[in-house]
Write a protein that binds this ligand. Structure first.
Ligand code: AMP
Length: 397
């Protein structure tokens, strides 16, 4: 069980606290179009302000590839954060992030004040976890707080390197929540524990399947990856997504499930289209019976009903990856059926970030889930059983 020190375990009164946030918000023409990530960061920031810390915020935004790009400046974030917090967030405009402006702004801080640094990815060393930038960031603070789960699977200066040069590195409330839900679900689940995996490819979920087969009672497979399993079992999959190279692996996983006593569920029917578009003609066929010119785009209605039934009695459900091409309304039915079933179960429901989170929110079930992860890649690596560098770098309790 991961037991990391958090902002509740330290006293920051009068100390300079560097907080790594995830302010990587979508922007159009200098305007923030979705401020969920800013709102999600507020509890930790407010706590540190209330405790009398000098709060220095940092984050990346987009991919400026190691050089200043005005359209990826965090300046608009400082403006909106000031409004959300009801107090000034001073923006330290510095092309080198920790330059003269940042140093002067930090030196002038009083307790409870907030400064935001420029986009950490303006520095090429950031994504290489370089020593010099890590030391510069550390030189600004007494204490480091990591509250950016979305980048926790990467070892960068602003979430990992910096911790080597500060004595105290803890996690914020957002990170703590992710660790508690994802960590508990995988390592200490209330049973029956059901995992639902979908999305495009088997190849990108190999380690997740392997790891979860050691933990779950039921593993449900949907999405494009189901057709590789179907082909491996001798079925016809037409033009569906197929990774021939992974058929043998799929058979191995079926064997492993049997050996472990895991109920591995595959689709029994499929909604096919004659074109990869929302205008396609459609028909439902049994799995393994897809005609040559047709393509499996979603799980069929019988499968959706079986999967909904399977989560009814579960106590913990983890879901990563849509059941079909949910971006097209014609093929969103299977994903919606699963989202609805999860919204109605008493189980703890945990949604991996990325496409599954987008699907659940887009279909209007977001507020019915116990936890929706803020990190796509990071939550996937958690489910793979990997140690996340951004989490590992925080001090243990
Ligand atoms: P992933 O990033 O692996 O979770 O994949 C998510 C993507 O898988 C979404 O964009 C879905 O449209 C896509 N997807 C799901 N089911 C299918 C399918 N049957 N055929 C093609 N793409 C699919």
């Amino acid at each position: 069980m991961l037991n990391k020190k958090s902002v509740d375990d330290i006293n920051v009164k009068g100390l300079k606290v560097l907080v790594r946030c995830d302010f990587n918000v979508p922007m159009v023409d200098g305007k923030i179009t979705d401020e969920n990530r800013l709102v999600a960061a507020l509890p930790t920031i407010k706590k540190l302000i209330a405790d009398g810390g000098k709060v220095i915020l940092c984050s990346h935004m987009g991919k400026p590839k190691g050089e200043p790009k005005p359209e990826l400046s965090l300046a608009p974030v400082a403006v909106r954060l000031s409004e959300l917090l009801g107090q000034e967030v001073k923006f330290a405009a510095d092309a080198t992030v920790v330059g003269e402006n940042a140093k002067a702004a930090v030196a002038a801080m009083n307790d409870g004040e907030v400064v935001l640094l420029e986009n950490t990815r303006y520095r090429a060393e950031e994504t290489k976890n370089g020593e010099a930038f890590s030391k510069e960031l550390a030189s600004l603070c007494d204490v480091f707080v990591n509250d950016a789960f979305g980048t926790a699977h990467r070892a960068h200066c602003s979430n990992v390197g910096v911790t080597e040069y500060v004595d105290t590195a803890v996690v914020g409330y957002l990170m703590q929540k992710e660790i508690d839900f994802l960590g508990n679900a995988v390592n200490n689940p209330e049973r029956p524990f059901v995992a639902i995996l979908g999305g495009a490819k088997v190849s990108s979920k190999i380690s997740v399947i392997e790891n979860l087969l050691d933990k779950v009672d039921t593993l449900i497979i949907g999405g494009g990856m189901a057709y590789t399993f179907s082909k491996a079992l001798g079925g016809e999959v037409g033009k569906s997504l197929l990774e021939e190279d992974y058929c043998e692996y799929a058979l191995k996983m079926l064997d492993k499930a049997k050996e472990k006593g895991v109920n591995l569920m595959l689709p029994v029917d499929t909604l096919c289209g004659d074109d990869f578009s929302n205008d396609a003609n459609t028909m439902v066929v049994d799995c393994g019976c897809i005609p040559a010119d047709w393509e499996g785009m979603d799980i069929g209605p019988k499968t959706a009903a079986l999967y909904a039934e399977a989560v009814k009695t579960a106590k913990t459900v983890v879901w990563n990856g849509p059941m079909g091409c949910f971006e097209m309304p014609k093929f969103a039915g299977g994903t919606e059926a699963v989202a609805k079933a999860l919204s109605e179960t008493d189980a703890v429901t945990i949604i991996g970030g990325g496409d599954s989170a987008a699907a659940v929110n887009q279909l209007g079930y977001g507020d019915k889930m116990t936890h929706i992860s803020t990190g796509g890649g990071a939550s996937l690596e958690f489910l793979e059983g990997k140690e996340l560098p951004g989490v590992a770098a925080a001090n243990d309790k």
